[in-house]
Design a binder for this molecule. Structure first.
Ligand code: ADP
Ligand code: MG
Length: 393
């Protein structure tokens, strides 16, 4: 789950990570009240969307920049008027862009130098890793590719927590002076606490800055959380912004389905994440393109299968459906009944190929055959994938 920059900064403040003062507005009518909370002077106007690269982004009406510096509050108000309800396209949004529904006004800091700092999970070691670089404000993937020596990583053993020498190693790599080092030490410690205690998946501060007076501040904040841990953080769940999520993914999460929309045209309904991944692979292998990742789970009910089917059919890009079920715990007949009920309820104008194998497969196949519906049966994964690719073509 992702949150907005202004929400991440409120979380930072709670943990004692310094950020510039800021306020939000959800419409032009709220600009004056919001700005009244900030001191007169240089103000940043920042579009709030769940995507990075806002500063270099362009609005669909041609207006340039989703993050802007304004010398006065009066100018900030004018600039905010151009951004609110406008659609911002950045390298991370895709060509459709995202509608800006919240503006964040924040005090413009006096920047001495910009740095990069992030805490995330390293898949290879299964440890949290803190990444720091002197190349702040830049795309970190580019830095990693072109100048990897400018990136320092420390891996944190969760059994011991973040050690002082590790923080010193990070600070040393950034080349900070004495006052800056003292402030950065506190910031890194608190940022790691925030990561650890909120079950975050990633906290990225780009840029982290130093000021001429030696302060160290987080100017940007991109935070995402591990969805599997959200059940123990109701305060974080409350920060969810459904405007930023795919409507099909929202519907799927209500039914506890693991669903991710993709840009192909063959929908897949599969049980088990591994099988779902290999189903997408085999569709690609035979020249097709998957419209989604969908794992109904090991113990799906008929209702869940119906819900899954409806979500798939609600996607206008879908031109064919491949159901690939291996019944381990799952009873194939439950899936078959779910498919038949769903098709009877919502209709089926698209080719549907079903491959069932495993627990109670004979009953499952019989249910499909007796339904009288135009369902194509696949004898193996490869056979089913080839059939749906050919039908869609
Ligand atoms: P994004 O990464 O989405 O483009 P940022 O929040 O990083 O958005 O803003 C882009 C740039 O704007 C930053 O790299 C920084 O140079 C500048 N900036 C952002 N917030 C402030 C601020 N409060 N004071 C001064 N400059 C800022
Ligand atoms: Mg940034």
């Amino acid at each position: 789950m992702n949150i907005h920059e202004y929400q991440a900064k409120a979380l930072f403040e709670k943990y004692g990570v310094p950020v510039p003062a800021g306020t939000t507005a959800k419409s032009a009518a709220e600009f004056d009240t919001a700005l009244a909370e900030l001191p007169e002077g240089p103000t940043m106007v920042k579009s709030q969307i769940h995507a990075g690269g806002r500063g270099k982004g362009t609005f669909v009406d041609g207006y340039k920049g989703g993050v802007k510096f304004c010398p006065t509050k009066a100018e900030a108000k004018e600039v905010a008027g151009k951004m609110i309800d406008n659609t911002l396209v950045t390298i991370q949004t895709g060509p459709a862009g995202r509608k800006v529904q919240t503006i964040y006004f924040t005090v413009a800091s006096d920047i001495k130098k910009e740095y990069y700092l992030a805490v995330l999970l390293d898949r290879a070691t299964s440890y949290p890793v803190i990444v720091a670089s002197t190349e702040g404000g830049m795309d970190i993937e580019t830095v990693a590719h072109e100048t990897p020596e400018k990136i320092t990583k420390v891996f944190v053993d969760p059994a011991y927590g973040l050690a002082d020498y590790q923080i010193r190693e990070l600070i040393f790599s950034l080349g900070l002076d004495k006052t800056e080092s003292k402030n950065a030490y506190k910031l890194i410690k608190k940022l790691y606490d925030c990561f650890w205690e909120t079950d975050a998946a990633m906290i990225e501060v780009n840029p982290l800055i130093t000021t001429p007076t030696g302060d160290v501040l987080a100017l940007d904040a991109k935070v995402s959380f591990d969805s599997n841990a959200l059940y123990r953080h109701p305060d974080i769940v409350a920060l969810r912004d459904l405007n930023e999520e795919d409507s099909k993914e929202i519907e799927a999460s209500k039914h506890d389905l693991a669903y991710i929309a993709l840009d192909g045209n063959i929908a897949c309904l599969v049980n088990g994440a591994g099988l779902a991944m290999s189903t997408m692979d085999i569709i690609k292998h035979f020249g097709g393109s998957p419209a989604n990742f969908l794992d109904v789970g090991g113990g799906a009910t008929k209702e869940k299968v119906i819900a899954a089917f409806k979500i798939i059919l609600g996607d206008a890009n879908v031109k064919g459906i491949l159901v690939n079920i291996f019944g381990g715990i799952m009873d194939c007949n439950v899936i078959a009944e779910g498919i038949v009920d769903a098709v009877k309820e919502v209709g089926l104008e698209l080719p549907l190929v079903v491959r069932l194998e495993g627990n109670n497969v004979v009953a499952g196949k019989k249910t499909l055959a007796d339904s009288g519906l135009p369902i194509v049966s696949g004898t193996s994964m490869a056979d089913a994938a080839q059939k749906i690719v050919n039908l869609v073509a």
